[in-house]
Design a protein around this ligand. Structure first.
Ligand code: ADP
Length: 257
C-alpha cells in the first residue's frame, strides 16, 4: 500500500454544472498539501471526495490505493476529516462527543484517555470539557472538531478551513501537529484562505479556479513560474483577481457620489 492521494481525471457535477473539471493530482505521504482558491472554486467538493463523503461523477480518487467511490467505508476509516462547518451535537459536551468518536472509531479506553487528555490540554480545552457544545465559541467548537478528527491517528488528514476561528496558540499547535503528522509519512491536505498559513506550512500547493487546477507545485516553483515573490500576488494573478486597485477606486468614487 502506498501512502498517497491520487486524483485522475476527476469530474464532479452538481446537476449539469461542473464543480470539478478534470483534476489530476498526486499527493505523496510525508507532504502537507495546501489547496487554495477563491470561493466557489471547488475546494470543499474536492476535499469531501477525498474524505469519502461525496462520490465522484467520473474519474477516480485513490486514497492509500483505496478507491473513494468503491471503498468509501474503508476510506472513512483511514481518514480524519474536519469539514468547513463541522456538525457537532450541540447538546453533548466535548467529553461526551469525543467518547462517542472513540467508540465509533474503536479506540480502546486507555488509548482514548491518554490521547484525549493530551489533545485537550494542548488546545486548552480542559476547562470546557463538561459544557454543552452549543454554548461554546466558534473557535472552541473548531478545536473539538479537530481533536475528533485526529483521535484515531488517521493515515490521511483532510482539513477544510480548519484554522478558522482558532486563536494564535491553537493555530500554532495545530500547525506543529500537522508537521509532525506528515513527518511520520502520512498525508495532510487542507484548504485555507490564509496565505501566511499556506506559505508557512505547505510542502506543495495547488490553486483551484472554477473547478480546474490553475497551478501546482512548491512555493518556490510557483514563484518562479509567475515572477511574483509572494503567494498572495501569485494567487491574485493566476485567478485573475489582481485588479484590486481599480475596484477600490471605483468604490471610492461610488462613496463620493
Ligand atoms: P469552495 O470550497 O472552493 O468554495 P465548493 O466546492 O463549495 O467551492 O463549490 C464549488 C461549486 O459547486 C460552486 O459553484 C458551488 O455553488 C457548487 N456547489 C457546491 N455544493 C453544491 C451542492 N450541494 N449543490 C449544487 N451546487 C453545489
Amino acid at each position: 500500500m502506498s501512502l498517497s492521494i491520487i486524483s485522475r481525471n476527476l469530474i464532479k457535477k452538481y446537476g449539469n454544472s461542473k464543480a470539478l473539471d478534470d483534476i489530476n493530482l498526486e499527493i505523496k505521504g510525508g507532504q502537507v498539501f495546501g489547496i487554495l482558491g477563491p470561493n466557489g472554486s471547488g475546494k470543499t467538493t474536492f476535499l469531501k471526495i477525498i474524505a469519502g463523503v461525496l462520490e465522484a461523477t467520473s474519474g477516480e480518487v485513490l486514497v492509500n490505493d483505496l478507491d473513494t467511490n468503491k471503498d468509501r467505508e474503508l476510506v472513512k476509516e483511514i481518514v480524519g476529516y474536519v469539514p468547513e462547518t463541522p456538525t457537532l451535537y450541540e447538546s453533548l459536551t466535548p467529553r461526551e462527543f469525543l467518547n462517542f468518536v472513540a467508540s465509533v472509531r474503536g479506540i480502546n479506553e486507555a488509548k482514548f484517555k491518554e490521547r484525549a487528555e493530551k489533545f485537550c490540554s494542548a488546545f486548552s480545552l480542559t476547562d470546557n470539557l463538561d459544557e454543552p457544545i452549543g454554548s461554546l465559541s466558534f473557535g472552541t467548537k473548531q478545536k473539538v472538531a479537530v481533536i475528533g478528527a485526529m483521535l484515531h491517528d488517521p493515515e490521511i488528514l483532510v482539513l477544510d478551513e480548519a484554522m478558522n476561528g482558532l486563536d494564535p496558540k491553537s493555530s500554532k499547535i495545530l500547525k506543529t501537529l500537522l508537521r509532525d503528522f506528515s513527518s511520520r509519512g502520512k498525508c495532510v491536505i487542507f484548504s485555507t484562505h490564509i496565505m501566511e498559513v499556506a506559505e508557512d506550512l505547505c510542502d506543495r500547493l495547488a490553486i483551484l479556479y472554477k473547478g480546474k487546477i490553475i497551478t501546482e507545485g512548491t512555493l518556490e516553483e510557483l514563484k518562479r513560474a509567475s515572477n511574483d515573490t509572494n503567494l498572495e500576488d501569485i494567487f491574485l494573478g493566476v485567478t485573475g483577481q489582481d485588479q484590486i486597485g481599480n475596484i477600490v477606486e471605483t468604490l471610492k468614487e461610488a462613496m463620493k457620489s
